[in-house]
Write a protein that binds this ligand. Structure first.
Ligand code: MNH
Length: 465
């Protein structure tokens, strides 16, 4: 083995290190700008913390080796943890409730049980389309619409309650509290400890929102505990299912899991659909091909709701969604660390306990894997023949190992169904002068992106032929 190589970093300022580069809350885009200057890895140093940013296929393979590295819950995630406690997403690896919840919720999110949610998602997609039709010809804010759709879906699949999202987008006090507290959590995660205490007004708002959200969810759980009626939702699974030893989740943890689904599951899927519609509006050949497939599927079922069997018929749609997540991974990165010193890529030393941020946005554009047209939207990269050739560490939109996304099946079903109904019922166009603007919170999503929808009647392919 050759000698170790020094890990590069941007210019530091005494005492504050690289904080000066991140004063404008543009963490993700600033990290990406810096990534363009180095080839696979760099280091960032702040007064109270430091970490390594990793984004080549080769180095990602090493930090995703779960025998060496595992997820850390610190910096950004610590602030979210104030809201979602020891729910799956923010629990630490060694917490008892993580393994218990993992044992109970992995089966609850398996395709076998997820198929029960297809009719619910189908109904929400139709409800969404009624809303779109009522605004046909007007410019519709795509991220707002998709956020309404995902909040509604988690509410209904999680605990059989909607937020009336399409009629009153974002007006529900719970939705408001959630969005406000998440944004405060994100700002706080970037501040120095003393600065956090100075933000008294924000802290008070944050605590009020947190209490309100806990009460809201607790009330739903209590109501459910007082009834013998069965509900086809995730809450019933959490109240009744056990692990092999017969252990159940307690009330407080169930509350944190429901908050977790709402936090981890609404922005991510909404952003995915937003970026997808953006890319489709800019790539008419892809859009035509996807729409042809959608028409073929609906041709076989008429106006019946979609069923599990139809999901595998959306082959090209699935490639479109995967390619969207390559270019715009809406969870744009994740954090890992090792308990011992590790050399990655055969030459870079990551000391014990130091955090690596896997920067998915840049990883997914690594020319060594995706070629010189890595920036282009080409769903054929994920065709059955081509997909086999993609190295596993080169594409990780749902994270890694045992801490990867619990809601993957849920998100894939939800986005496939929503997209299918939009393509079935509408032609859409955006402003050709719009330049993509990305808003970053914990996730990334397009902002100020509007589409005009026009009703279309599906061509019956059998009649055409
Ligand atoms: Mn999701 C973890 C991406 C939708 C529930 N999710 C993760 C991680 C990524 C991720 C990446 C790993 C984070 C980390 O290592 O710190 N999730 C996504 C994306 C979508 C998504 C890109 C949509 C697209 N996630 C959803 C949905 C739900 C959900 C929908 C629930 C309804 N996700 C989770 C949970 C975890 C998670 C729970 C934490 C799993 C664990 O650590 O055990």
């Amino acid at each position: 083995m050759g000698g170790l190589k020094k890990i590069k970093m941007p210019r530091k300022i005494p005492f504050i290190g690289h904080l000066w580069l991140f004063l404008d809350n543009k963490t993700f885009s600033r990290m990406d700008e810096i990534a363009e200057k180095y080839d696979s890895l760099y280091q960032l140093v702040f007064p109270t913390t430091q970490f390594y940013v990793v984004y080549s296929n080769e180095l990602t393979a090493d930090v995703c080796d779960t025998k060496k590295f595992s997820k850390v819950v610190d910096s950004g995630l610590d602030e979210i943890r104030a809201l979602s406690g020891d729910g799956l997403f923010t629990a630490r690896n060694d917490e008892k409730n993580w393994s218990l919840a993992n044992q109970i919720l992995k089966p609850a999110f398996s395709m076998k049980l997820m198929k029960n949610y297809i009719p619910v998602m189908d109904g929400i997609a139709r409800e969404m389309n009624k809303n779109i039709s009522s605004r046909a010809g007007q410019a519709i804010d795509v991220s707002g619409l998709m956020t309404a759709m995902t909040m509604e879906t988690i509410g209904q699949c999680g605990f059989c309650e909607g937020f009336d999202s399409f009629e009153h987008a974002g007006d529900h006090p719970f939705v408001k509290a959630m969005i406000r507290s998440l944004s405060i959590a994100m700002v706080k995660s970037r501040l120095l400890p003393f600065h956090k205490k100075m933000k008294l007004f924000d802290n008070r708002k944050f605590n009020n929102d947190r209490k309100y959200m806990n009460q809201f969810v607790d009330q739903i759980i209590e109501q459910r505990q007082n009834t013998t009626a069965e509900h086809p939702d995730l809450l019933d699974r959490m109240l009744h299912d056990t692990n092999k030893d017969g252990d159940k989740l307690d009330h407080e943890n169930i509350r944190y899991q429901l908050l977790t689904f709402l936090i981890a599951g609404h922005e991510t899927t909404a952003g995915l659909l937003g970026f997808c519609l953006y890319l489709l509006s800019r790539n008419p050949q892809v859009l035509d091909k996807a729409r042809l497939e959608v028409d073929e599927v609906f041709d076989t079922i008429g106006d019946n709701p979609l069923a599990l069997g139809n999901m595998s018929q959306f082959k090209y749609l699935s490639q479109v969604l995967k390619e969207t997540q390559r270019l715009y991974p809406t969870a744009p990165g994740f954090l890992v660390a090792s308990e011992t010193d590790q050399v990655i890529g055969g030459k870079y030393m990551i000391p014990a306990g130091q955090t690596c941020y896997v920067h998915l946005y840049r990883l997914h554009r690594d020319p060594a894997v995706w070629g010189n047209n890595a920036e282009e939207f080409i769903p054929e990269r994920f065709s059955p023949e081509n997909a086999n050739k993609i190295p596993t560490s080169a594409y990780r939109p749902f994270g890694n190992g045992k801490r990867s996304c619990t809601g993957q099946n849920f998100a894939v079903l939800e986005s496939t169904i929503t997209l299918a109904y939009i393509l079935r019922d509408y032609l859409f166009k955006g402003d050709p002068n719009y330049r993509l603007q990305i808003e970053e919170t914990m996730t990334i999503k397009p902002v100020n992106f509007f589409l005009q929808f026009e009703n279309r009647t599906r061509k019956k392919l059998t009649e055409v032929a």
